[in-house]
Design a protein around this ligand. Structure first.
Ligand code: ZN
Length: 424
């Protein structure tokens, strides 16, 4: 699974450059955006650097900030319900007011980016709308969402710099997005370090606080980031109609949401464990709704684990794939009124990143699982876990035959989301 790429730099190397005010090229997973961004600390931005980004990156110039800082600066989310493919966390756009003219020039954009990094800035420092796109980064960084936004703020934190960055996607001259081989050339041409979000996640997970040990913290001047997302509860026996399991509750310290690990048997760390990561679905899991196949999948997974004598179900409390029950039911209502694509957009999770894989991955690690035989029909779910250092050694479909009520839903899953569904 792990492809040791000769051309990738280490996170340590990238942090040195980043701290010195150089750009770092950050690539995400090939199954996510598969894009590379120039990322720089906002406090190091200059008009020349903005010009470089626009000239050689040519994507959309954005300014990632911690969610908390966006709230302080009164940067509202651009839309209340984010339906973009990857949940790109745009806020309203801004321009710095004082000392700027139209906000477009490299000078003006650099001034806006710098002001966004300035602790003295206030909501009234900025006019809205403007020409810079702030992005709100999740509090726990790449451990929570494997996006460039979180990677950018994590780099700032790890370097002990102001938590604000500037980024732009790197495009080829013909207007297509630059992929890894092209990004390697760009890195070489401009003498920049190239790192992956996957490596950044691994760096934070493996080094605990993002560091070799406590003593090196002073030496290299790096700041710690808490990497524990979850609190573990007591483990009890749970006899069920599908077999007897052990139940351990977890609490997501960021959101307060409670999740469940249902396990059976024991395993070695290098042993591939039968596993399902299940997103809660009140209608399907509890009421046996035929609008989806969630309940049947959950119970089938329990039966398979019972038959094998060992395995894990991580039950993630994220109704409607992270959009909440109200929105899921609203989508159902719209569908009843004939808008059948809406459910596909909302309930089926065209925004995989809205479901925070980091927490599920940490629960799996906590339960001693590193290698999984994952029961899923959803390739996106696999990618999410792999980014967090969990190896998927096998992908076992858990297909339920469609019924007249969910045939359209299943067809959308198959056709639009590449789910592996042979019975549809
Ligand atoms: Zn469901």
């Amino acid at each position: 699974m792990e492809t040791s790429n000769q051309t990738m730099n280490t996170i340590q190397e990238a942090l040195e450059d980043f701290k010195a005010g150089k750009f770092v090229i950050v690539v995400d997973d090939e199954d996510r955006e598969n894009e590379g961004d120039f990322i720089i600390a906002a406090e190091k931005i200059t008009p020349e650097k903005v010009n470089f980004m626009l000239q050689h990156g040519r994507g959309v110039l954005c300014c990632p900030l911690p969610e908390q800082r966006c709230a302080e600066l009164d940067l509202m989310h651009q839309v209340s319900t984010n339906t973009s493919m990857l949940g790109t966390p745009f806020t309203v756009t801004v321009d710095k007011l004082e000392g700027c003219t139209t906000g477009v020039s490299a000078h003006d954009r650099a001034a806006t980016i710098l002001a966004l990094s300035d602790p003295a800035s206030r909501p009234e420092t900025f006019g809205r709308p403007g020409h810079i796109n702030p992005l709100y980064a999740r509090q726990r960084g790449v451990l929570q969402r494997a996006g460039h936004t979180e990677a950018a703020v994590d780099l700032c934190r790890l370097c002990g710099m102001r938590e604000a960055a500037a980024l732009i996607e790197i495009m080829n001259e013909d207007g297509t997005m630059a992929r890894l081989p092209q990004l390697e050339k760009v890195a070489e041409e401009y003498d920049l370090k190239l790192i992956s979000i996957k490596d950044l996640i691994a760096f934070r997970l493996e080094k605990g606080e993002g560091l070799e040990d406590g003593s090196s913290r002073q030496q290299d001047g790096l700041q710690p980031i808490g990497s524990t997302l979850i609190e573990r509860g007591e483990t009890v026996t749970l006899p069920t109609m599908y077999g007897t399991f052990m139940l351990t509750p977890f609490r997501d310290l960021t959101t307060g949401l409670e999740h469940i690990a249902l396990t059976k048997g024991t395993w070695q760390e290098d042993e591939p464990v039968l596993c399902r990561v299940h997103s809660s679905c009140a209608t399907g899991d509890i009421f046996g709704s035929l609008r989806c196949e969630c309940g049947e999948q959950l119970h089938k997974a329990m039966q398979k684990i019972e038959a094998e004598g060992k395995g894990i179900i991580v039950y993630m409390n994220q109704e409607g794939r992270g959009i909440g029950l109200m929105n899921k039911i609203r989508a159902y209502k719209l569908q009843e009124n004939g808008e059948d694509t809406v459910e596909a957009n909302v309930h089926l999770g065209f925004r995989p990143d809205e479901r925070d894989y980091g927490v599920g991955a940490q629960i799996l690690r906590e339960m001693g699982a590193r290698k999984l035989r994952l029961m899923t029909n959803n390739p996106v779910k696999r990618v999410g876990l792999e980014s967090y250092g969990i190896e998927i050694v096998d992908n076992l479909p858990i297909e339920i035959a469609p019924n007249p009520y969910n045939l359209n839903y299943m067809r959308t899953k198959k056709e639009k989301m590449n789910h592996n569904l042979k019975l549809v």
